[in-house]
Design a protein around this ligand. Structure first.
Ligand code: NAD
Length: 350
């Protein structure tokens, strides 16, 4: 490792940056957070203070002039692509919050530029770094799943609709629960299935409750006039190896659980559920089941994700969440919307 510090800039200093990214960066002694850029100056200032006295910018293009090793993008979804393209052009490695982008065209543009510039691009899919994610992955690596032939993905909330414009205004968010929480469970599920190639998707996407007043929100009021994304979506996916997947995502619905964030994979040797890391199989002709515990203590999955990003940059390792995987996740979600709009099954060529 170089003797000088690893210089990072934060683009977007709001909720997730202050809650987990900045503490995660500060947890690494070899890192210096050089600056924070946020269009809201007060937010940039607060985040920069939390970052230990970093410089404050309201335009990320100014931050990029500082000669950084990397940027960490924590803006609303629609800003991810322009910010990442600018950062890669400036020679930075890029860690970017999920969803990496809201279209495959954008993911491809970011990925190709990163490859061309020989810079790392990592999607911040922190669920891969949770206890349940690591345990499930270890079980799959042990050959216990066998051929995965079907999966179920649920990212369904009773009434946890994020009220801020960055999530509910399509111009900023690019999608509703599909892109916000569906992306977590779908990424996890595809990762555990070793990322088969999706080839056909049919889906539906609609706004059932969020335009009206019948569903009280556990996160408070939101602007119905500005609300322009789905609050429910479902899809059915075919992969080139014959496997299939059912997906459901919602911020609001009538269910007892506040949140069901689950991926369930059916393999020919065993079955697996995430995040509980429960498995079912057959041992010596009898049914067997249990739950897995990874030996690694994981108090802060986001911190581990940031440490993995720094490790891949500094030690020349592959991106832990490469764009070539993310494009399959976004391709499926994009196709759910396209199928809903057209009323037809979408053929994917990723
Ligand atoms: N991994 C997770 O668990 C998780 C959780 C929450 C949010 N997120 C993701 O993080 C991102 C940010 O979410 P959040 O909850 O922090 O939102 P937020 O609204 O709290 O913060 C976003 C910040 O970006 C700033 N911003 C907007 N446009 C900008 C621009 N052009 N340049 C610089 N700053 C700009 C806003 O002023 C705001 O301060 C989203 O993509 C979201 O999906 C991930």
């Amino acid at each position: 490792m170089k003797s000088r510090k690893f210089r990072v800039g934060i683009i977007g200093g709001g909720g997730i940056a202050q809650a987990v990214h900045i503490p995660g960066w500060r947890n690494l002694p070899e890192v210096e957070i050089v600056g924070v850029a946020d269009v809201a100056e007060a937010t940039a200032r607060k985040a920069a203070e939390a970052a230990g006295g970093a410089r404050v910018f309201t335009d990320y293009r100014e931050l990029l002039k500082l000669g950084l090793d990397a940027v960490d993008i924590c803006t609303p979804n629609k800003v991810h692509t322009p910010a990442a393209l600018a950062a890669l052009t400036a020679g930075c490695h890029v860690l970017c919050e999920k969803p990496l982008a809201v279209s495959t065209a954008e993911v491809r543009a970011m990925g190709r530029l990163a490859d061309q510039k020989k810079r790392k691009l990592m999607t911040a899919q922190h669920q891969r770094f949770t206890q349940g994610g690591l345990a499930a992955r270890a079980w799959v690596d042990g050959g216990n799943l066998g051929e995965a032939y079907h999966a179920r993905v649920r990212a369904v909330r009773r009434a946890w609709l994020p009220p801020s414009p960055g999530f509910i205004d399509a111009k900023l968010a690019g999608g509703g629960p599909c892109m916000d929480i569906g992306v977590h469970a779908l990424d996890l599920c595809l990762w555990l299935m070793d990322f088969p190639q999706p080839v056909r998707v049919s889906g539906t996407s609609k706004t059932v409750f969020a335009k009206g007043h019948t569903m009280p929100n556990l996160w408070g009021e939101w602007d119905r006039a500005r609300y322009s994304v789905e609050d429910f979506a479902a899809g059915f996916v075919h992969f080139d190896n014959g496997a299939t997947l059912v997906l459901e995502a919602a911020w609001m619905c009538h269910q007892v659980e506040n949140e069901d964030l689950v991926a369930q994979i059916f393999g020919k040797k065993g079955g697996l559920k995430w995040p509980s890391a429960e498995f079912a199989t057959v041992v010596n002709g009898v049914h067997a089941q249990g739950s897995l515990t990874h030996p690694l203590h994981v108090p802060h999955p986001h911190w581990n994700e940031i440490a993995a990003f720094v490790d891949c940059v500094v030690n020349g390792k592959p991106s832990p969440v490469p764009w070539t995987e993310t494009i399959k996740v976004i391709g499926i979600l994009e196709a759910v919307y396209a199928s809903s709009a057209s009323g037809r099954e979408i053929k994917l060529k990723l």
